[in-house]
Design a protein around this ligand. Structure first.
Ligand SMILES: C[S@@+](CC[C@H](N)C(=O)[O-])C[C@H]1O[C@@H](n2cnc3c(N)ncnc32)[C@H](O)[C@@H]1O
Length: 383
């Protein structure tokens, strides 16, 4: 540890007398009253940081050794796919500026602020703590974060920056330990609004440490680009309650505002899928339901446009077939799983590429198989 930094002239940390330099010039140790000693890692350098990671040593220490930061970020598409603009009560939103094909990456963005999920700062110190973390970022990066929406009323318990984190955070993982979830803020991707029938899917890209939004179905020019913030395998009332509590809005998406009798039918499908997914997560469904039941559930999920849930169900079906030594069903389920993955994360999804390689197929050959399986754009009900 180096010397204590006390209001150095022009220092990024001049308002804070509780930050110290460490042997790594990019890592600042913060002496706040925390559940563990926090550290700020500024990347690519402390002078011109576009990313701050808030964690404890030795984890930040480990992360700082990754060559990952030197990897180029994926180049944006030649023709940008979206614009961010005002959308009434929702605040800002993301809109397609051209037709976007299913599976196409809409945006791939390195986050600007990342913090460990179990970080707990004393409420009296929230403001100073997060301000210290932001103060080390470049002016553009600071603006990107501090101007994000805060849906929560500011209180002594919930500072503005904490409210911004609650409103916007996305899950990310580091390659060295994917069991630890971190929350991330991105200047652009965090402008995507919610829908219970979304047209886009968020996924963290572990290898390059990026946040990715891909088109889950074809998106028309001018259409709003939306993702799901909450579990959509739940009834309208349950979804609305969860969104109101966490994100402070009442959802009026196409799924929430369906007329009767479609609303009741949609609730029935979603709660049926939700109950089965709960059993899968508990490890029970594999023995308690037949492969025929898994197929029925996948059909329900497709009818609701719930691709992620269909993907989880096909994975459960594949495992079930494996345990029963049913090779034909296993391959059928694996193909479905890959196809749902392609719908969620696009043809460049790591899992999709690895599958093609494992089967000794080129991407084109694999696509032909999917055409035979017959799940093109219309397979999931577009909302
Ligand atoms: C991650 S931000 C999304 C971008 C935000 N609209 C903005 O202006 O930056 C989440 C917040 O946006 C608003 N929001 C998102 N989806 C919405 C929806 N479907 N209806 C109304 N408000 C929504 C809520 O205030 C929510 O807490």
């Amino acid at each position: 540890m180096g010397e204590r930094v006390v209001a150095r002239p022009n220092s990024k940390f001049q308002f804070s007398d509780v930050c110290r330099h460490t042997d790594d010039s990019r890592i600042i140790s913060a002496d706040y009253r925390l559940s563990f000693p926090a550290h700020f890692l500024f990347l690519p350098s402390a002078e011109n940081a576009t990313l701050v990671i808030i964690d404890a040593l030795p984890s930040v220490d480990v992360i700082s050794d990754f060559r990952l930061w030197e990897n180029p970020i994926r180049p944006p598409p030649l023709e940008p796919a979206f614009v961010i603009r005002e959308v009434g009560d929702k605040g800002m939103g993301m809109f397609a500026t051209r037709p976007i094909a299913r599976g196409e990456p809409i945006i791939c963005e390195r986050p600007t602020l990342v913090l460990h999920d179990r970080l707990s700062v004393h409420k009296d110190q929230h403001h100073a703590f997060y301000e210290s973390a932001l103060a080390g970022l470049s002016p553009d990066a600071q603006t990107a974060i501090s101007t994000l929406r805060n849906a929560h009323p500011e209180t002594p318990e919930l500072s503005r920056i904490r409210g911004i984190i609650y409103t916007n955070c996305l899950a990310v993982y580091f390659p060295h330990d994917t069991s630890r979830a971190f929350s991330a803020l991105c200047g652009q991707l965090c402008r995507a609004n919610h829908s219970c029938a979304p047209n886009a899917h968020y996924s963290p890209v572990v290898d390059t440490f990026e946040c990715k939004l891909s088109a889950m179905r074809a998106i028309a020019e001018g259409e709003e680009i939306t993702m799901a913030y909450a579990n959509v395998a739940a009834s309208t009332a349950e979804r609305r309650e969860c969104l109101l509590e966490r994100y402070k809005f009442e959802c009026h998406c196409t799924a929430c505002d369906l007329p009767e009798p479609q609303a009741t039918e949609s609730d029935r499908r979603r709660t049926t899928i939700g109950a089965s997914l709960g059993r899968i997560n508990d490890g029970g469904v594999q023995e308690s339901v037949s492969i025929a039941r898994v197929k029925d559930l996948i059909k329900l999920a497709e009818e609701e446009g719930m691709v992620e849930e269909a993907w989880v169900l096909s994975m459960a079906g594949m495992r079930y077939a494996q345990r029963h030594n049913d090779r034909a069903e296993e391959l059928g389920m694996e193909l479905q799983k890959m196809n749902f993955m392609r719908m969620l994360e696009g043809n460049d999804a790591d899992e999709f590429g690895a599958f093609a390689k494992r089967k000794g197929l080129s991407a084109e050959e694999l696509m032909k198989i999917f055409e035979v399986v017959g799940r093109e754009d219309g397979a999931c009900r577009s909302k």
